[in-house]
Design a protein around this ligand. Sequence first.
Ligand code: F6R
Length: 603
Amino acid sequence: MCGIMGYTGVEPAVPIIYSGLKKLEYRGYDSSGIGIVESGKVELFKTEGGPDNLKSRLPFKSSSAVGLGHTRWATHGAANEINAHPHTSPQKLFMIVHNGIIENCSELKLRYHLDSELKSETDTEVIACLLEREYSGDVKEAITRVMPQLTGSYALGIICIDFPDTLFCAKKSSPLFVCTDERGAYLASDIAAFPGDTGKIYRLGDGEIGIIKKDSFKVFDIDGCRIRKTEIRLRDTEEYEDKGGYEHYMLKEIYEQPSAVEKTLDSIMSDGKIKLGCLRMNRERIKSLTRIELIGCGSAYHAGLAGAYALQKLLKIPARAYIASEYKSMGSVADENTLAIIISQSGETADTLAAMKEVKSRNAKIVSVVNNRYSTIAQESDSVIITRAGREISVATTKAFSAQLAVLYCIAVRLAYSAGRIDRERYRALCAELLSLPEKSRQTLEKNEAIEKIAQILKDAEYTCFIGRAADYCTAMEGALKLKEVSYSHCEAYAAGELKHGTISLIENGTPVIAVCADSSALSKTVSNIKECKSRGAKIICITDSDYDGDADDIVIKIPDTEDLFSVSAAVIPLQLIAYHTAKKKGCGIDKPKNLAKSVTVE
Ligand code: F6R
């Protein structure tokens, strides 16, 4: 959350920092700013809104070759110009940008009587004040004195006016990277922000302090001892993509799903079989597993629900999905016979990372399913499976979710086969089903025109209800999340059988009920629930791979027949499209919904 971009070098800093911020705005876009050093003084340019809003205020002609930029997702203080970063210390000795959250900020303000010195409501400005208090000529020393006083998470970019060509940085539990090339050195919270592809890239570790000059990069630990860093060897670096003719990234990414799933399956399967050597679990170890925990947030949690369903059905041991932010509070029961599957597109989600640390401390075997191989979660897992969704720019995830499903299904089928819970014939049949998923997604996308019409109904609805049973319940949950986040429509997903236990009272004349009927094991019962809604006036929209046709006034979207265990894969696509078209009809900012950010690095 929040994007940091810094530069020190031989070229004008503003265009370089601005272009980095544009690539980082997925991390937050409610306010933004750039600070440069001009004639020995700090100059700040800040605004409400993301880098696009900032552009017209920036001094693109300035020759300053050093600066820091930031695009923000507000934690402390409203999303306005005053709270936008960079922040300065009272005497303007320090300029700082910060990603993360300082949990003891109020305590620090009280302890050092800072209230009268602060101009903003941010926790970041508190850090700037502390740096100035602790500074007596040596910035590294000041940072090492301030760091132990901070509770929470932070990635910091710092400029001290006494060393105007130097960037300082430090981090704890928030990603930070440095890149050096012939034009100078860059600091960013994601390698995607670095220009070109010739630079050497380094990852800063927790508790480390970096000193970055145009031609050198040195790293120290908290005791001031020098640490030698090794360059990250980049594989699969992706270009920052454009919309490729689509009106929004979300739509482009929805259409990229067949290829994302295909590439993901290609990386795991060969000759029609699943190769998961990277799990490093032999037959005996797999048989020793007594439970599987799948941990993630938001859509990644929903992928976990779908994965848990397939795992438990195939492996016949308890498999349960957990919302990462709830994991620790409910008291983990994981042990060395637990397989914990950590699911995260960004690999940086703070809640997921915290849950992973908890489950790790209980000696469970950790496998992460991430889309970013350079992420913290990928680095800290026993085994990593990379989803091949490519860079996902729309804040609402679609293709990364589909790629996560593909990986989880592969894990379920492979473990079940290795543990002897399914025979060779079933294994082969399931592998063939997996390989057919990209084509089924393609065929589902062909229904776009029919699906678009549904948005006309949803755009004016006060409330929409999603229902489904078994795997269809996972699909319904993901569909409702998509509709809420991009179209700001009130809706909820229910296990279809739960309606009669209370929520059916919400159904009124014309209430849209989106029923997912793609898991045949639950079809007849869900159809009964559809009838119950219909008799209370609901407008039925049914997504099904069965021959259920509904009544003449129902809308039925037929999708390709898919193995029940994997049915979320195709069935979720119409729901993504419904969310997209509804948001478009309502004029919402689809790729950057309000109040959200793509990478959520605070707990
Ligand atoms: C919803 C969405 C979020 C993320 C969640 C976890 O469209 O994108 O719910 O799924 O914030 O993010 P990652 O997967 O990066 O851990």
